[in-house]
Write a protein that binds this ligand. Sequence first.
Ligand code: SF4
Length: 434
Amino acid sequence: MNGPVGITVSGSGRGDGSLGWTSARAAVAGGHGPVRSLYVHTPFCVHKCHYCDFYSFVDQRDQQGAFVERLIEELRAQAPLASGAPLRTIFVGGGTPSLLREDVWRRLLSEMNGLFDLSLIRSGAGEFTVECNPESATAELLGVLRAGGVNRVSMGAQSFEARHLRTLERRHDPERVAEALDLAARAGVERRSIDLIYAVPGQTLAEWEADVRRALALGTTHLSCYNLTYEPNTAMTVRLKRGEFTPVDDDLEADMFELAGALLAERGLERYEVSNYALGGIRGGQACAHNLAYWRQESWLAAGPSASGHVWAGPDRRAGGHRWKNAPNLGAYLAQSDGGYAPVAEHEAPDRARAVRERIMTGVRLSEGLDAAEVMADAEAAEPGSGTRLAAAAAELEADGWLASASGRWRVTARGWLGADFVARKLMGCVGVA
Ligand code: SF4
């Protein structure tokens, strides 16, 4: 079992002593509504992929019923923070949400429709995404999801090349991706996104191009392209250290990133975040509204083991918000309930400087960039002197070609997309350092 780390929430947890846990009740109760987004984490997978560091494990199909009942209890506790306002976005991720049985999904969706106002979502103005694995996205399941309000699926294709799927230890047939997307379309799920991974050991630029073209041929209006990263404590990293393969070199990885941007732009799918592309870009109606809520530092509720949430502490967003992460531990999740709230692994209390740094960190990665005057003013309010430091750092980044300033916004340049993390680090280093 994983024990929670760094718990700082004060409040009403009634821990059993073995984990020293406390719950997210204090964080959420201290939040300011109405919250308009919700993330739900399901931990089950058919197999643990070698690169994965999400909280997930192999499903024995014997805990799904208990899990969903506990999830409903947690959602019931959090629902009041939506204050009856219609939710704009829901995202069910994991793990592999499409692995939940249809009866389990029916139960969950029925409760969610009762606990929250899904009218915006049902009208099409809101977004309800479920991550799907190509193998488990059956016609029956997709029908259940659609009936429950789901209007977007994110299909984990990762690659159309069986050899690369084997390297990643992804166990689906690449031919199944088209079929699953077709089933989603037939079920009436209007928006269908595809996830791809590049820089897989042994992958060539031509193979990556073929993957992107295959995804485009499926008519997708949204694509997420993530480079393979070697996270600590994953099987992939152990294999790398053992010398079982050679990672793709940095130049080739950069070529893959740029090639994806060029190929997708030709078809109208613009990069609106470092790793995400949508037809018409950020305002074309196809960008992931839920992820935009994260990247714009909105409030969102979070339920399920390892789920992370964020709620503003008050009407003045400059004051910052509470962040928490539920303990990544299904046993603890099932066994412990603080009025429905789950045990937490981490909590960060509101902090003005941190709020500015977080806005920079995610804002730099977006095509819309940052409102320069606003971020400088908020930085200055959080820590006198930091607004001036930010202005100087931005001018330096602009002179070096990483950042462009136009219409009052700082946006990364074509070169800056590749170095967005560097740009963000440099700007973030100006705030909260005194
Ligand atoms: S399917 Fe996704 S969540 Fe599950 S092990 Fe693979 S990468 Fe991780």
